[in-house]
Write a protein that binds this ligand. Structure first.
Ligand SMILES: Cc1cc2nc3c(=O)[nH]c(=O)nc-3n(C[C@H](O)[C@H](O)[C@H](O)COP(=O)(O)O)c2cc1C
Length: 209
């Protein structure tokens, strides 16, 4: 089947894009509300796009009633946010934070999730998260129905058991993030395998399978 995206309703584009662009990593984004409380919201329109500078991007749409999400309001005001990566142990907190609660509700408290003050920004991070990145807004790109938040990672907290003994590389036996597929479907990275590229000379000579 073919789909002309320029002729389609936005929700149909959303369905196809989220159904086929996946698995998408999940950022459990924590921000500081104006009243001082913590705010948490999962975002799967998320990825890293650069290491120099270290840039992550979030795509945040308005609430169903058209109002701005608290994450956007907080990021506009503070210019800061945290990306907490999500594994199975954090999945319930992620889902609770995704519920559409009012702005004065601290979703992390609602989920019973412990937080710690950040090192370089005024927000909280989640110590149970395998990896949390403190970010400062690099730029905001506004579309009528979506805000793209480009953030520079200024600090990373990594759970010690997620790294090898030398503290350099990830330990794939302990760091097993979950990612979003379509709708309520997710996948966990617990079946990792090594895929080695064949030698170019073998490919050129017709082998190298
Ligand atoms: C796994 C998951 C991924 C989500 N990804 C996004 C996303 O990328 N962008 C978005 O606008 N909303 C996304 N949502 C919905 C928001 O998390 C939800 O609207 C949340 O209540 C917003 O909270 P806030 O108003 O505190 O910012 C996602 C929800 C879940 C459960």
């Amino acid at each position: 089947m073919d789909f002309d995206f320029l002729q389609m309703e936005p929700m149909d584009r959303y369905r196809l894009l989220t159904n086929f662009v996946g698995p998408r990593p999940i950022a459990l984004v924590t921000t500081r509300a104006a009243a001082g409380d913590d705010n948490g919201a999962p975002m799967s329109f998320f990825n890293v796009f650069s290491h120099d500078p270290a840039i992550v991007v979030l795509g945040i749409q308005p609430r169903a009633d058209g109002r701005e999400k608290d994450t956007v309001t907080n990021i506009r005001r503070t210019g800061e946010f945290v990306v907490n990566m999500v594994d199975m142990a954090l999945s319930r907190t992620m889902l609770v934070c995704g519920l559409g609660v009012e702005s004065d509700v601290d979703e992390l408290a609602l989920a019973g999730e412990a937080v710690s003050p950040c090192t370089q920004i005024d927000a909280s991070w989640i110590p149970a998260s395998p990896c949390a990145m403190e970010c400062r807004v690099e730029r905001l790109i506004e579309y009528p129905k979506r805000m793209l938040v480009l953030g520079e990672v200024v600090h990373m907290h990594v759970r010690r058991d997620c790294l090898d003994a030398a503290g350099r590389y990830v330990d794939p036996n302990t760091y097993q993030p979950i990612a979003r597929l379509h709708a309520d479907n997710y996948i966990v990275s617990d079946q990792q395998f090594v895929l080695k590229a064949p030698a170019l000379s073998d490919v050129l000579s017709g082998g190298g399978n």
